[in-house]
Design a protein around this ligand. Structure first.
Ligand code: PGA
Length: 252
């Protein structure tokens, strides 16, 4: 069993006035000996201050996207090295809001993931089907295509996290059933093992999509669910910590 990772995704939310939320999570996480890993992916503008709040605790901080290139003429973009310099240990790549809103293809996502690894960050690579694809019975085909494309050129599984986030469950309050989650996570695991051998068993696969304190106890114990990627419920320390506490109870 992999150590669970409870990761928050603040998206485009959070100002300096919200730093106490990070402090509260860091304090509650403490040293977290033997417990789950805990992470907040905050806006880049807050990263360095978030890292300062998290210092000395088990809480890590991360970014939400990065450019494939190390540097250059890419107005408005941010590189993996820049995130690393601000104190990030992780970066989300290929979130569906980036794929649909910014035209990020599997090929781009793969190059972002490689840039992250090269900069010393762990990429959290997101995949997931739309409702139309699920309804058409194409979920596993879509997932397989995204995995093959987004992992292209990523030759080591040593620093890699996957996140399965069905698009229809993100921010909607609709959660995939335990059976649906178990099926897709098992499929992803099989793919990772065929691609990376034994190392594929150690890649953490997170579930994301309306994960909250009310459903965490049902979702987190599902086989091959190694944690969660949490949007809305990560904005309030109390909710996020309730999910973390559920994961902790499963770990110890
Ligand atoms: P949600 O978002 O928890 O608000 O559904 C999850 C995500 O987009 O990562």
């Amino acid at each position: 069993m992999n150590r669970k990772l409870i990761a928050g995704n603040w998206k485009m939310n959070g100002l300096r006035a919200d730093l106490p939320t990070i402090r509260e999570v860091a304090t509650a996480a403490g040293a977290s000996l033997g417990g789950p890993d805990v992470l907040l992916c905050v806006p880049a503008t807050l990263l360095s201050e978030a890292a300062r709040e998290a210092a000395g605790s088990a809480l890590s901080v991360g970014g939400q996207t990065c450019h494939p290139a190390e540097k250059g003429a890419f107005t408005g973009d941010i590189s993996a090295r820049m995130l690393r310099e601000l104190g990030a240990n992780y970066v989300i790549v290929g979130h569906s809001e980036r794929r649909t809103g910014h035209g990020e293809t599997d090929e781009i996502v793969a190059s972002q993931a490689r840039a992250a690894v090269n900069a010393g960050l762990t990429p959290i690579l997101c995949i997931g089907e739309t409702l139309a694809e699920r309804t058409a019975g194409e979920t596993l085909k879509v997932i397989e295509g995204q995995l093959a494309g987004s992992l292209s050129g990523l030759d080591s599984a040593a620093s890699l996290v996957l996140a399965y986030e069905p698009l229809w469950a993100i921010g909607t309050g609709k959660v995939a059933t335990a059976g649906q989650i178990a099926e897709v996570h098992a499929f992803i695991r099989k793919f990772l093992v065929s691609r990376y051998g034994d190392a594929g068993t150690g890649v953490r696969i997170l579930y994301g999509g309306s994960l909250n304190p009310g459903n965490a106890a049902e979702i987190l114990p599902i086989p091959n669910v190694d944690g969660g990627l949490i949007g809305g419920a990560s904005l309030k320390a109390g909710d996020f910590l309730a999910i973390y506490t559920t994961a902790r109870a499963l770990t110890v």
